[in-house]
Design a protein around this ligand. Structure first.
Ligand code: PMP
Ligand code: GLU
Length: 398
């Protein structure tokens, strides 16, 4: 007999983490699984960042800091926003957390009341919906298609706004589609949002540096909407620092104070050592340290798209950022092999795991069960083998 709260019972386990766990278990049984389920760079954290962190330990930088992160770090983050995004923030508008995931949870819990509607364009990143459920908000999912490069249009947005709409949440570059909104597209959405004074935006820009078309565009760049934008960023993706747990939120002061308050009760500041490492990351030379990783991701994207185009029935957009390809797989629905009957992308993912020894994530986690997310954040050899396994397994389905 368990006595878990209704709150925890109504949220699902993160599907990305669940798939990664499943493949780890199969690997432990001795099965040779290629896991492309978790979105995490395979690169090591740059040595210059590690050195700063080691020094911070030796210097006994080991005490609690300001809940929102120590002041010089927040100043460095403000400089980054100015330099890279042309955005003016003061340190009081910055909250450093234990990852973009926490920053998003902080913001949602501070903005959304039970019964408030929150617009989430699908495909969306897994945790948006579950965090929203915790806040007892009502998700309003807006489906997008490959034809529109998985971007929500101003018309689609306007159509679903009601007097109860409080928030819209999206990522650019997008996990799982790799879509990147350009300046005009963001401005057109901002021009809709501005007409609704109670409507806020969580603009999740954690993949800012993994952008193949250059010139990342921030939602907060438009002065007329800046007071309504909560910008999320972090070091996990661009700096290969997933395990360090460093997230960033930039938002109007009253939202930042609220997030500081909630974080002060839940976790306090992130690790003081991580903060020193983040501080170094904020000043890192892009061309020397980040561009090589970005370029490697681009090369891998092209490799994956090329090999995928040789597999019948997979339809994709051309991702312009992040490190995912998100093929539509409905061609395989209704097909069979041995005891496997494929009715949706979840069935297909399970089939690929058990028959192809390849771990991916079903689209159901991101809003629609006719896609599969393929992370290409691994080396080329692994990718070639993964696509061979995918092709072989899919070719058996009749
Ligand atoms: N937002 C998006 C779109 C992500 O893909 C992720 C992680 N994959 C996060 C937020 C959370 O990142 P972090 O590791 O900083 O918590
Ligand atoms: N966010 C990454 C992903 O989408 C890592 C897993 C997670 O945090 O859910 O795979």
């Amino acid at each position: 007999m368990t006595h878990l709260s209704d709150r925890i019972n109504k949220i699902s386990e993160s599907q990305t983490i669940a798939m990664a766990r499943k493949s780890r278990e199969l690997k432990a049984e001795g099965i040779d699984i290629i896991s492309l389920s978790l979105g995490e760079p395979d690169f090591s954290t740059p040595d210059v960042i590690k050195e700063v962190a080691k020094k911070a330990i030796d210097d006994n930088f080991s005490y609690y800091t300001h809940v929102s992160g120590y002041l010089e770090l927040r100043e460095a983050i403000c400089k980054k926003f100015k330099r890279d995004n042309g955005l003016d923030f003061s340190p009081e508008e910055i909250v450093v957390s234990t990852g973009a995931k926490q920053s998003i949870a902080n913001a949602v819990l501070c903005i959304v009341n039970p019964g408030d509607e929150v617009i989430i364009p699908a495909p969306f990143w897994v945790s948006y919906l579950e965090i929203l459920k915790l806040a007892e908000g009502i998700p309003v999912i807006v489906d997008t298609t490959i034809q529109s490069d998985f971007k929500i249009s101003p018309k689609q947005l306007e159509k679903v706004i009601t007097s109860k709409t409080r928030l819209i949440m999206l990522s650019t570059p997008c996990n799982p589609t790799g879509s990147v909104y350009n300046k005009e597209e963001l401005k057109a959405l901002a021009q809709v949002i501005i007409n609704y004074p109670d409507l806020y935006i969580i603009s999740d820009e954690i993949y800012e540096h993994i952008n193949f078309i250059g010139g990342h565009q921030s939602f907060a760049q438009f002065d007329f909407i800046k007071e309504r934008v909560i910008t999320i960023n972090g070091v996990s993706k661009g700096f290969a620092m997933t395990g360090w747990r460093g997230g960033i939120m930039a938002a109007p002061n009253w939202i930042a104070r609220a997030c500081d308050k909630i974080q002060g009760q839940f976790t306090s500041a992130t690790s003081s050592i991580t903060q020193k490492a983040m501080h170094k990351a904020m000043d890192l030379d892009f061309d020397t340290y980040i561009k090589p990783m970005r370029d490697a991701f681009l090369k891998r994207r092209d490799l994956v798209l090329g090999l995928m185009s040789e597999i019948p029935g997979l339809k994709t957009n051309v991702p312009q950022g992040a490190f995912y390809v998100y093929p539509e797989v409905s061609y395989y629905f209704g097909k069979k092999y041995k005891d496997y009957v494929i009715l949706n992308a979840t069935d297909l993912t399970l089939y690929l795991l058990e028959e192809g020894h390849l771990a991916l994530v079903p689209g159901a986690a991101f809003g629609e069960d006719c896609y599969i997310r393929f992370s290409y954040a691994t080396n080329e050899e692994n990718l070639i083998e993964a696509l061979k396994r995918m092709k072989d397994a899919l070719s058996k389905l009749q």
